[in-house]
Design a protein around this ligand. Structure first.
Ligand code: ATP
Ligand code: MG
Length: 432
C-alpha cells in the first residue's frame, strides 16, 4: 500500500511531525544540553544531512545493523552514492580530518544537534527519523576525558531535573583484548548456533560481540552466562578502565557496571556507557549512549586518533521528561491580544502590535473581522495575559481599553501611552 495513493497525505511510516507543544519540550532539552556542553568547553558543529555512503560503511562498520539494514541510501543525479546520516560520530570525525583539526589544541570538543535517519521497525521510542544531541571529544586518550564526557551526559539529565536515571558502564577493550576474548565468546554460542536468530548466526563468525547486543528473543536466552570481556582485558586496558571509574568517583557521579553492555556500532573501544531510567527495562528506554572510538578515524582514512562521545535521543528524553512530570508547561506565545471593532480600528491595532513587538512584547491581532465577543473569547483561550480593545470610537478619541484577562479588570489609556503601559504591566507580571 502506498501512502501516495491515499487521498490525504500522511507522514512517511516511522516519522512524525513535531508540533508546537512537543517542540517546546525539545527546545527546553536542547537549551539545557547546549548550556552544559558550553560549560564543558564544547563548540558546535553541523555537518550536512547526507554524506558519501562509504563514510558510514567504513566508519560505523559493515557488520552493524545501521549499515547492513538501516541506511537510507540513494544515488544522486550525478551518480554519487549518498546516505542520509544514520549517526553523527562518523560525520564529525570526517570533518575533523577534512578541516585539519589535528593542528588545533587537543582534544577538539564538538557538539551537535542533528536529525538521524534509520530504516528501523517503527515502535514506541523508535522512529525512522529521530533527533540526537551529541558530543565528540577527539584527539586525546585520557581516562579523565572519558569521565568528563560521561559527566556531561549526566549533568544534562540532572539539569533537566531527572533523578531516576542511572549510568551503565563497561569496557570492551580494543582489538588486542578481543583477540583473546572473541574465541571464548564464539565457543559459548557455538552449541546454540542453530537456535539463535539467523542474523546473529551470520554475525557469529565476523562480529560475534554483536550477539551480546542482540535484541532478538531467539538470541537473548543464550546471552546469559556468556563470558564478559571486562574480565579478559590486558593489564593496561584494565588499568585504563579502573582509572575511568576512579575519575567518576571523584566527580561523585554514580555508575553501575554492566559487563554485558557492548553497544551496536563497530567502532567502540574501551569505555562504553548508557544512561537509562533506573526503574525501566526494555530496549527502547536508553536516553543517551556513547563510548570511546580509538579506531574510527583510522578506519575512515586518517592517522590513528582517539576519540570519545555520546548521542542523546531527544525524543526519548522528551518522553521521559513527560512521564516524570518534568516537561515545561506549554508556552504562552502571545502576551497581548488586540481586539478591534469598527472601521479603521485594525490599522490602529496593527500599529500597536508592531510597537509592542519592537518593545519585546509578544502581540497579535484577533483577525478575521469577528464580533468583539468572539475576539475576547479567542483572547481568553490564547493564554494571553492582556487584551487591548480598540474600537472605531476609541480611534476617534485616541485611546484604547486594556483588559487584564486574569482579573477581568479593565481601564482606558491614551493611545500614545498604550505600549508603555503594557510594557510596565508585563514587567510587573513577569516579576511574580
Ligand atoms: P538502541 O539500542 O535503542 O537501538 P542505539 O544503540 O542504536 O539505540 P545510538 O546509535 O547509540 O543508539 O543512538 C544514541 C541514542 O539515540 C539512543 O540511546 C537513543 O536514545 C536514540 N535513538 C537511537 N535510535 C533511535 C530511534 N530509532 N528512534 C528514536 N531514538 C533513537
Ligand atoms: Mg539501534
Amino acid at each position: 500500500m502506498s501512502s501516495s495513493s491515499n487521498r490525504q497525505f500522511q507522514t512517511p511510516r516511522g516519522t512524525r511531525d513535531l508540533l508546537p507543544e512537543e517542540y517546546a519540550i525539545h527546545r527546553h532539552i536542547l537549551s539545557h544540553a547546549r548550556e552544559q556542553a558550553r560549560l564543558a568547553g564544547f563548540g558546535f558543529i553541523e555537518p550536512p544531512t547526507f554524506e558519501y555512503a562509504d563514510l558510514f560503511a567504513r566508519g560505523v562498520g559493515e557488520g552493524t545493523d545501521i549499515v547492513e539494514k538501516e541506511m537510507y541510501i540513494f544515488e544522486d543525479r550525478g551518480g554519487d552514492r549518498l546516505a542520509l546520516r544514520p549517526e553523527g560520530t562518523a560525520s564529525v570525525c570526517r570533518a575533523y580530518l577534512q578541516h585539519g583539526m589535528a593542528n588545533l589544541s587537543q582534544p577538539v570538543k564538538l557538539a551537535y544537534h542533528l536529525p538521524i535517519f534509520r530504516y528501523e521497525r517503527p515502535q514506541a521510542g523508535r522512529f525512522r527519523q529521530h533527533t540526537q544531541f551529541g558530543v565528540e571529544a577527539i584527539g586525546v586518550r585520557d581516562a579523565a576525558l572519558d569521565a568528563e564526557v560521561i559527566d556531561l551526559g549526566w549533568r544534562i539529565a540532572q539539569s533537566l531535573g531527572l533523578t531516576d536515571l542511572k549510568i551503565l558502564l563497561n569496557s570492551i577493550g580494543d582489538v588486542e583484548d578481543r583477540r583473546a576474548y572473541v574465541p571464548l565468546l564464539q565457543k559459548h554460542f557455538e552449541p546454540h548456533l542453530d537456535l539463535i536468530a539467523p542474523d546473529d548466526q551470520a554475525r557469529w563468525g565476523r562480529a560475534p560481540m554483536r550477539l551480546l547486543d542482540s535484541k532478538d528473543e531467539r538470541t537473548k536466552p543464550y546471552q546469559i552466562g556468556a563470558p564478559v570481556i571486562a574480565q579478559h582485558l590486558r593489564p593496561e586496558s584494565a588499568a585504563y578502565y579502573d582509572s575511568v571509574k576512579s575519575h567518576l568517583e571523584a566527580l561523585g557521579i554514580p555508575y553501575e557496571e554492566r559487563p554485558s553492555l557492548v553497544r551496536g556500532l563497530d567502532y567502540y573501544t574501551h569505555t562504553v556507557f548508557e544512561i537509562v531510567p533506573a526503574h525501566a527495562d526494555g530496549s527502547q528506554v536508553t536516553v543517551l549512549a556513547g563510548g570511546r572510538y580509538d579506531g574510527l578515524i583510522e578506519q575512515i582514512g586518517g592517522p590513528p586518533t582517539p576519540g570519545i562521545g555520546f548521542g542523546m535521543g531527544i525524543e526519548r528524553m522528551a518522553h521521559h521528561l513527560r512521564e516524570q512530570g518534568l516537561a515545561p508547561e506549554e508556552p504562552v506565545t502571545t502576551a497581548v491580544l488586540i481586539a478591534t471593532l469598527g472601521e479603521g480600528a485594525d490599522i490602529m491595532a496593527t500599529k500597536i502590535a508592531g510597537d509592542l513587538r519592537r518593545r519585546g512584547i509578544a502581540a497579535t491581532l484577533a483577525f478575521g473581522g469577528r464580533s468583539l465577543k468572539a475576539q475576547l473569547r479567542q483572547a481568553n483561550r490564547s493564554g494571553a495575559r492582556f487584551a487591548v480593545i480598540a474600537g472605531a470610537r476609541d480611534l476617534a478619541e485616541q485611546r484604547v481599553t486594556i483588559r487584564d484577562l486574569q482579573t477581568a479588570e479593565q481601564r482606558q489609556v491614551p493611545l500614545d501611552q498604550t505600549v508603555g503601559e503594557l510594557a510596565n504591566l508585563s514587567y510587573t507580571q513577569s516579576q511574580d
